[in-house]
Unconditional design. Structure first.
Lengths: 113, 116
């Protein structure tokens, strides 16, 4: 089955601490992977995407993600978070030949002062 | 670039009435648009895929006669919730694909529908 799994539903961290939000995908999803952020009562904003090439992808707001084919992972990282990073983060994959995104269930990141 | 707007952002209506939600791609042509529904603290549920000039493709379990989708141009798609009931209250989000084979979906800000 095509799936994207976000292992943590909630991640609390303190301001200025590093954070990693985990995402694993089934091999049938593979190929194209995305991270989106959703602030309360808003739509989703694209943080970054992996299509091909370098496995380390840099996105907006200081986020980056690493595509790891052997571990079928695409974890999102930020070296130092801010209060304003508090939001819901969704990992998504685009199966080859499909135009429908497969979403993970989301991870709620809460940055505390 | 890649901005998608939705209108209205919030709507409250009485049970039995119909509500139309517009989704526009402002700075690119969207060959494909998608409509999602999101319940509180949950992920997005794809309702339908809409291609310009053709009928929408609905996901299993989504009533096509209740959720009417029209993709009249490369920049506009509409979702009409017909004969709305309180259980239709939800957050509706559209997205648009920019036509590139490798393109990501760009999301609108969402519409909060409350049916009384």
């Amino acid at each position: 089955a095509q799936s994207v799994t976000q292992l943590d539903s909630q991640v609390p961290v303190f301001e200025e601490a590093p954070v990693e939000l985990r995402c694993n995908y089934s091999s049938s999803v593979s190929v194209y992977l995305f991270w989106y952020v959703q602030y309360p009562n808003q739509g989703l904003q694209l943080l970054l995407k992996y299509l091909s090439g370098s496995t380390l992808v840099k996105g907006i707001n200081g986020f980056e993600a690493e595509f790891n084919k052997s571990q079928t992972s695409f974890h999102l990282r930020k070296p130092s978070v801010h209060i304003s990073d508090t939001a819901e983060y969704f990992c998504a994959g685009l199966p080859g030949g499909s135009e429908k995104l497969v979403f993970g269930k989301g991870t709620k990141l809460t940055v505390n002062p | 670039g890649a901005v998608v707007s939705q209108h209205p952002s919030r709507v409250i209506c009485k049970s039995g009435t119909s509500v139309k939600i517009e989704c526009r791609s402002l700075d690119f042509q969207a060959t494909t648009m998608f409509w999602y529904r999101q319940f509180p603290k949950q992920s997005l549920m794809l309702m339908a895929t809409s291609n310009e000039g053709s009928k929408a493709t609905y996901e299993q379990g989504v009533e096509k006669d209740k959720f009417l989708i029209n993709h009249a141009s490369l920049t506009l798609s509409t979702l009409t919730v017909t004969s709305a009931h309180p259980e239709d209250s939800s957050f509706y989000i559209c997205s648009a694909r920019d036509g590139s084979t490798l393109g990501a979906q760009y999301f609108g800000p969402g519409t909060r529908l409350t049916v009384l």
